[in-house]
Design a protein around this ligand. Structure first.
Ligand SMILES: NC(=O)C1=CN([C@@H]2O[C@H](COP(=O)(O)OP(=O)(O)OC[C@H]3O[C@@H](n4cnc5c(N)ncnc54)[C@H](O)[C@@H]3O)[C@@H](O)[C@H]2O)C=CC1
Length: 448
């Protein structure tokens, strides 16, 4: 509630006073220690994440890897953050300092709980800020491990605080007068509300919102890689991934061959207990979301799409899983641009295949959306690859791969998929502010 949010912010504020005084090297050392502990506890954290979210433990381990990598990356940048020196007439000069913002708020979605908290807190802390983080109420657990690890690594108590709750808690955080910035990952409607709330206090926001990203497969591609790319673009974390390439545009000459292979591979995905080593798809986040996703498939059928595989409720053989929120991953054929399954974010394991003939046509259709998070292109033609990505209206574009997230590269959207970036060097700018200092070396020349 409001009182607890206030306590968390006040304790973060007290920790900020200590933390901001530390040198970049000192902050770096503590972040590196936190990264080391995450690496050491990787299997345990991944197991908690699987229980938290339902994704396969195999995948959860990959999330934990990109989490400690993010801490290491920003630890590396912490000491080299600086301003510039500018010479002015008469020996005077100016310089700039990059300073922290203060107490930053992170609000996360349920699909990558530990990773989202790491991707937000690592650059925030590296820049000298404190953070109060609110995970999704569907996945409250793993973020607490991160808080524990930061504390063990040596951050001042309260520097990274976790508060639990839903929309109301999030609102209290966004409105709090001692909060300097809000970084949000979640849906477009919530993103709009957060922007509105933050605007009242003129607080900067970073918004990582949803998507309906295109994946364009030209007939000259390496088809095996394109099929693998399409699987990566649609079925990680039960398809509950914001940057998924769910509109798969395939050039007509290879449509049948590509579709046949994608369907074959999709049918092979092992669904089941996500804690088992060979499982590759676990349950969806909750029953209402499962029903929501199945509803999209029903609607797709009604609108003329063809279910090529999956799309059904799935009851695994293991009796202990019988009430789980499982479904079979789905490939939809015969899709058209106007269909709901092609226009709206489903956030489940549903791939829509569309055919196209020419580059100009597919670019027009790929960009015909309000979203702009990611896009992908598969081709062996190097000029075409770069020409196409230059025209795609998306913040993250992949050439001959999809859904890899090296922390060295900025991640974030165009259009209604949000603004601001996570990861990469540029994110330092979203967690700091620039101070200009003007130094006079001569006498004051007053105009009065
Ligand atoms: N661009 C990206 O990086 C990502 C985007 N997403 C998007 O997130 C959505 C699914 O995640 P959900 O958790 O269902 O999204 P959501 O928008 O319902 O909730 C996200 C977070 O915001 C909080 N929240 C809800 N209402 C709020 C309010 N009025 N004020 C402050 N906080 C509030 C929730 O408790 C949760 O922690 C999808 O649309 C997906 O595309 C998810 C993951 C990554």
């Amino acid at each position: 509630d409001k009182k607890e949010v206030d306590l968390a912010v006040q304790s973060a504020k007290a920790a900020f006073k200590i933390w901001r005084k530390k040198s970049g090297m000192e902050r770096s050392r503590i972040l590196l220690e936190a990264a080391r502990i995450i690496r050491e506890r990787k299997d345990e954290i991944a197991t908690v994440e699987t229980i938290n979210n339902g994704k396969s433990v195999f995948e959860a381990r990959l999330d934990i890897d990109t989490s400690w990598q993010c801490l290491e990356y920003y630890a590396g940048l912490a000491a080299s953050m600086g301003g510039e020196h500018v010479q002015l007439p008469g020996g005077s000069f100016g310089y700039t300092r990059r300073e922290p913002l203060g107490v930053c708020v992170g609000i996360g979605a349920w699909n990558y709980p530990f990773q989202i908290a790491s991707w937000k807190s690592a650059p925030a802390l590296a820049c000298g800020n404190a953070m109060v983080f609110k995970p999704s109420p569907f996945t409250p657990v793993s973020t607490l491990l991160l808080a524990e690890i930061y504390t063990e690594a040596g951050v001042p108590p309260g520097l990274f605080n976790v508060v639990q709750g839903g929309a109301a808690t999030g609102q209290f955080l966004c409105q709090h007068r001692d909060v300097a910035k809000v970084s949000f990952t979640g849906s477009v409607p919530t993103g709009k509300k957060i922007m509105e709330l933050a605007s009242k206090g003129v607080k900067p926001v970073t918004l990582e919102l949803g998507g309906k990203s295109p994946l364009i497969i030209f007939s000259d591609c390496d088809i095996e890689n394109a099929v693998r790319g399409a699987m990566m673009a649609n079925f990680l974390t039960q398809g509950e991934v914001c940057c998924n390439g769910t509109r798969v545009f395939v050039q007509r000459e290879i449509l049948d061959k590509f579709t046949e292979e994608v369907v074959k591979q999709t049918k092979k995905i092992k669904i089941g207990d996500p804690l088992e080593e060979d499982t590759r798809m676990g349950p969806l986040i909750n029953r209402s979301h499962l029903q929501h996703v199945l509803g999209f498939i029903e609607q797709a059928k009604n609108e003329g799409a063809k279910v090529l595989c999956g799309g059904d409720l799935c009851v695994p053989e293991d009796p202990k899983l019988k009430d789980g929120y499982y479904m079979t991953p789905c490939v939809l054929g015969n899709c058209k641009d106007g269909m709901t399954c092609v226009k709206e974010e489903i956030f489940g394991p549903v791939m829509s295949i569309l055919s196209f003939d020419t580059e100009a046509e597919v670019l027009e259709r790929a960009n015909d959306t309000n979203f702009g998070l990611a896009a992908g292109v598969f081709t062996r033609d190097i000029q075409r690859a770069h020409r196409v990505v230059a025209e795609l209206q998306a913040g993250v574009c992949y050439i001959n791969n999809y859904n890899v997230s090296p922390v060295e590269l900025p991640f974030g959207g165009y259009k209604m998929s949000g603004f601001g970036r996570e990861n990469g060097r540029v994110t330092i700018e979203y967690y700091s502010q620039l101070k200009t200092i003007c130094v006079e070396m001569g006498d004051v020349e007053s105009v009065f």
